[in-house]
Every structure is written in C-alpha cells, then in structure tokens.
Design a protein around this ligand. Structure first.
Ligand code: CUA
Length: 611
C-alpha cells in the first residue's frame, strides 16, 4: 500500500463523519478502531494490493480472486462451469476440457509449493461433485487441465492438498461406494462392500500434467479434509474422516455414536514403493494398494469425533485435528507417531489398518471453544482455529497450548485462511474468515444471500476485524499468496501461439470448403473481423479458427453469434476454435462482445445460412 498521509487523514475524517450517523454503524466498537481499520485496508485508486486471495467458489464451480487488504474482487477464474464473460466453455478447447459437465463443486484451492513454500506456478482445486481435479496456470490465470473423473474417488472433498514439492495433490472419497464406480451393491452391505479411497495425484514438474500416482483402499468412512506434511512429516498425507460407525441413513445421528473418529496418516513414499514393487491390484483401471496386504503404508490416529480440518504446523511437527462435535482440537506429534509405528503401539485395526495408541501419539488437547473446524498459522508460532458454533476464531500458542485471544465473526465461520498460512513460512499480518450466513451485513439482495468474508488483522497481540467482503456462493477454502510471487503475462506472444490454425496476416484469412465441412480462418483486430461474411448451406459443419492478432495489453475481442448460443473470447495473441452446425437457415449477425475500442460497436459481421 502506498497511500499518502493526506488520504489516510481524509478517510479518517469521512469515517468519523459517517460514524455520527447512528447506532447501526457501530458494530465495531470504537470510532478510532474504524479509522484504524480503514487506514489498514484502504488501497488508493491506482495502488495495488499486497496479497492475492484465491477463494473457491463452491457449487458456482469457479475461483474468485480478491486483493488483500482491499478485499476488492479483482477477477473470476471459471474452472468447472462455463463463464460467458471470458468465453470459457464455448470454444472447442475449453468445452472439451469441461467434458460435458456444466458444473462442479469447487472445494479446496491449493497453491503449488517448492520446499514447502508457495512457488506461484499453479493453483489446484478439487471438484466434490464430479470427482475431478483442476489445474490453473498462474502465468495467465486460466484453467489448463481438468483431470478426471478420478477412478474410484467418490466425492473428491478431502482434496486438493499439495505435498512439499508438489509431487502429489492429495485426493480422496467423501462418499464411500462399491468399487469400481458402476458396481451395484445393496445399501445394507455398506459396512463391508462399500469402500473409500485416499489418493495421490501425481504432478509432472515441467508441464503440471496430472495422473493417478497411487490409491489406497480404505474402510467405508467419509473422508473429509486433509493436509500434506512438511519438514519431518513431509512424506505423509493426512486426512480426517467421520462415520467410523460405517453407518448409513441419517448420519447426523447414526454417524456420531462413537466418541472417536480418525485421522488417516498415509506414507506416500511407502505408497510409491508399493506401486513400484507391484504390490497393488487394478481397480477401475488404476493401481490400488490394499493395506490388508501391504503393511506400513497407512495408519489411523483416533481423533475427537466428527473431525473436520486436519492441519500441519509450519515446522511440520504437529498435526492438528479439529473435532467439530467437541470443544477441543487434538495435537498429534509426528515424532510420537513414528515411534508408535516402530513399537507397534496399536490399539486395534480397521480392515487391516493399524489404529495407533491415542495416548502415545498425542501431544495436547487444546480447549479452543465450540465447534472447532480448521486451523491456520502465523509467523510467530500461533495457531488460529475457526469455531463454527461460537462464530469465533481462537488464537492459541503452539507448544504451550494456551488460548490467548478470541474474536467474534459474522456469522458462522467455516474455513479460515492466513497469509501464506499453509506454508513453512506463514506471512502473518492477515487472516480471512470464510463465514456462512451474511444476513444484515450488506444491502439486502433478497433470499439468495452472498457469503461473507471478513479480513482480520493478526499482526498484533489481539486480533482485530478490518473489513467485510461478500462473494458468490460458496467459498469453502481460500489461499493467500504474496502478490510479488506472481508475474502473470498480459498478452500471448505470437511465438508461443502453437495453435495449428492460427493466422497473423489479413491476407491469410479465408474460408475453405470440404464437402459439408467449412473451415474459417478468421482474424480479429481493432475493429473488424476478417472475413466478416461467412456464407454456408444449412446443415454445414462450421469450424472457425479465431485469432486475435493484437499484441497489446487489454485488447480482447469476443465473438458472439446471434441465436446460436456462442460467445467466445480471444485474448491478445490467442487462437480459439469455434465449432457448430449451421442448423438454422437465415442471416445471423456476429459481433465483438468485449469492448475493445471506440469502434467496438462496428466490429461485426454476418453468418448467412442458405436453405
Ligand atoms: Cu473487438 Cu469489441
């Protein structure tokens, strides 16, 4: 932030005046607090934010980008859902990637890491609905790959979490089913014939391309959230699960009978080795390890019942599980886990998976408050746990386990995200509370309310609320990265455009007919299309290769075709493929949908479909 003193004073004055307005503005205790919050979040026009926050868009299927500290919504990245604003899901390339699905449930975004720190290469995000994983390239902020449906993974909720060097993105089953997908079994046989899976999706370090690395067959529990280890726990993946009762029906009752559920601890190095040694069976076309036959790959840690988040501390030493139906978070110690495994200090097993002795592996039970869900970290050795039932955040000290501060949020908090909070080196400073139920915090927009995100200052001893921002439903998690770690491009250079049908010269613009197939090599440049007239016969199969030959920042062109449900956008230097059958006869105008110049309105042409 580079605002001037005059601006700070100005904002302070404005807010002081606004504060005279009445009681309803007085939600934040004192006027001085309001002024301070305003100064801390005000990013003057033309100035830039210090952090990017990437928020999952839940069943909107998208990712939302906000700046911190301004909390301004900067952009939307469409991932699992078509998005006409950027033409996503209308051109052949992105349509193919969506694979026939028109939505996804975007859950947990995960920034790629090198040596346990965000490296600014990619953002992964899981689809809880259709069992997929997407990769966004942070060079151009676009979805480049949608991997899946991942075989055997059913309800990819406990995902995506990257290992320390992005070797794997962790995934798993929220809803156990008979495997492979497509198998029918009676629901009465749930406890024995249904199976869960935890998995490591391997990431090619050069291209980012994903493939199934390994899968582990698990009991029919509901795998909920996860985290990858770091430092001393770097070879481990952790997941919480509920429903260790293996129940069906009304899970709110049937799946909370036992006092304890589990945290899964899987050693991915051991899983890698098992695959290499041929100790797997093929299920659904991929290599699956059955822990019954391959000991040493996976263990269960008893945890407070119905846990949600499991989070690894920045030093990799502590694994913190939040039991949402109890008032404690449990802190496990990786050294104690390793020792218990070595000594075979087990208290039972589930389908061949050893259950570690709770008292031998836990370091502490921290009484954080009601409904703990998820924990984040700062740069000073503190942990921050969201409390769903209390609508609050508890700040507590790692090692002494002392709760030192609490702050109320509006209203029910699910996840929270601290600046660089999942890395070995959290930035401290800011934390975003991702809350449900925002009623009364904004102008009413009818029954369908947005979700509320609150920016909290965690730089001082006491947490303080800085800002309310709102977003489309429904953020499940977010990650915050320092702005200077990202260096996005603003145009695609001509050299990097590898589209085989790209053209760069107006004289190459042409229409080629081959029987019923019509290929159009089209250029979009301020402020016209070339060719601007496409004449075809009814029933022809039309393919347009649209190249935006601009090499200037911000010069996007769209291609909207009236009555044909097509809107494609080509960024500067980009080529998009548009395919359709000219099944309606008549004359159909097409036009540029992106405001591009004073003559944007003139950028148009005609599709003429002869009977
Ligand atoms: Cu091109 Cu508007």
């Amino acid at each position: 932030m580079r605002y001037t003193l005059a601006l700070i004073v100005g904002v302070g004055l404005i807010l002081a005046l606004a504060g005279c307005g009445g009681e309803k503005k007085g939600r934040m205790a004192a006027r001085s607090d309001i002024q301070e919050a305003a100064q801390k979040t005000y990013v003057a026009p033309g100035d830039l934010d210090d952090f990017y926050v990437f928020k999952s868009g839940g069943h909107s299927g998208q990712v939302y980008i906000y700046g911190i500290p301004s909390m301004r919504h900067i952009a939307t990245i469409p991932v699992f859902t078509p998005y006409p604003a950027t033409g996503y899901g209308f051109d052949k390339e992105s349509k193919d990637m969506l694979g026939g699905y028109s939505w996804g449930d975007a859950h947990h975004p995960s920034l790629s890491e090198t040596d346990g720190d965000y490296d600014g290469r990619w953002l992964f995000i899981s689809d809880n609905a259709n069992n997929r994983m997407a990769r966004i390239d942070l060079r151009d902020f676009k979805t480049k790959e949608i991997f899946g449906p991942i075989p055997n993974v059913s309800g990819n909720h406990c995902s995506s979490f990257v290992t320390e060097n992005t070797e794997y993105v962790l995934a798993g089953s929220r809803f156990s089913i008979p495997l492979p997908r497509g198998t029918y079994e009676k629901i009465e046989d749930y406890a024995t014939k249904f199976k869960g899976v935890v998995a490591g999706i391997a990431v090619d370090q050069k291209s980012g391309k994903m493939s199934v690395g390994w899968e582990i067959l698990m009991p029919p529990f509901n795998y909920d959230l996860g985290d990858a280890g770091k430092g001393p726990s770097a070879e481990w993946g952790f997941w919480t699960c509920y429903n260790s009762e293996r129940a069906t029906g009304k899970l709110e009752v049937t799946a909370s009978q036992k006092d304890r559920d589990y945290v899964v601890a899987a050693n991915w190095r051991a899983a890698e080795k098992a695959i290499k040694d041929g100790k797997f069976k093929m299920i659904g076309g991929v290599k699956v390890i059955d822990p019954k036959d391959v000991p040493g790959v996976v263990y269960l840690l008893p945890a407070a019942k119905s846990p949600h988040g499991v989070d690894v501390s920045p030093d990799g030493k502590y694994i913190i599980a939040s039991g949402k139906l109890q008032s404690i978070t449990t802190v496990f110690n990786i050294e104690k886990i390793k020792t218990a495994i070595e000594k075979k200090d087990f208290t039972g097993n589930e389908d061949g998976i050893p259950v570690l002795n709770y008292d031998a592996v836990k370091d502490a039970e921290v009484n954080v408050g009601l409904g703990p869900l998820h924990t984040q970290f700062d740069d000073k050795g503190y942990a921050y746990t969201s409390l769903y039932v209390e609508s609050a955040i508890a700040k507590w000290k790692l090692g002494t386990w002392e709760v030192v501060d609490k702050i109320q949020v509006s209203y029910n908090i699910g996840h929270l995200a601290a600046a660089e909070g999942d890395t070995k080196h959290p930035a401290g400073q800011y934390l975003v509370a991702l809350n449900k139920l925002s009623h009364g915090r904004h102008l009413s927009v009818g029954p369908s309310q947005p979700e509320s995100s609150q920016l909290i200052d965690i730089g001082g001893e006491k947490m303080s609320l800085l800002y309310d921002a709102f977003t489309e439903p429904e953020p499940h998690y977010a990650q915050i990265i320092k702005a200077d770690k990202l260096h996005p491009i603003e145009v695609y250079s001509k050299e990097e455009n590898k589209h085989p049908k790209a053209i760069w010269d107006l004289k190459d613009a042409k229409i080629v007919r081959n029987g019923k197939n019509v290929e159009v090599y089209m250029i979009a440049v301020r402020s016209s299309f070339e060719p601007w007239k496409i004449e075809v016969n009814k029933g022809d199969r039309v393919t347009i290769y649209l190249t935006n030959i601009e090499q200037t920042t911000d010069e996007l062109h769209g291609f909207g075709l009236n009555d044909y449900n097509i809107n494609v956008v080509a960024d500067p230097g980009e080529t998009k493929t548009i395919e359709f059958v000219a099944d309606k006869q008549g004359v159909y105008p097409f036009y540029c949908t992106n405001f591009c110049s004073a003559l944007h309105q003139e950028m148009q042409g005609y599709l003429l479909v002869r009977p």
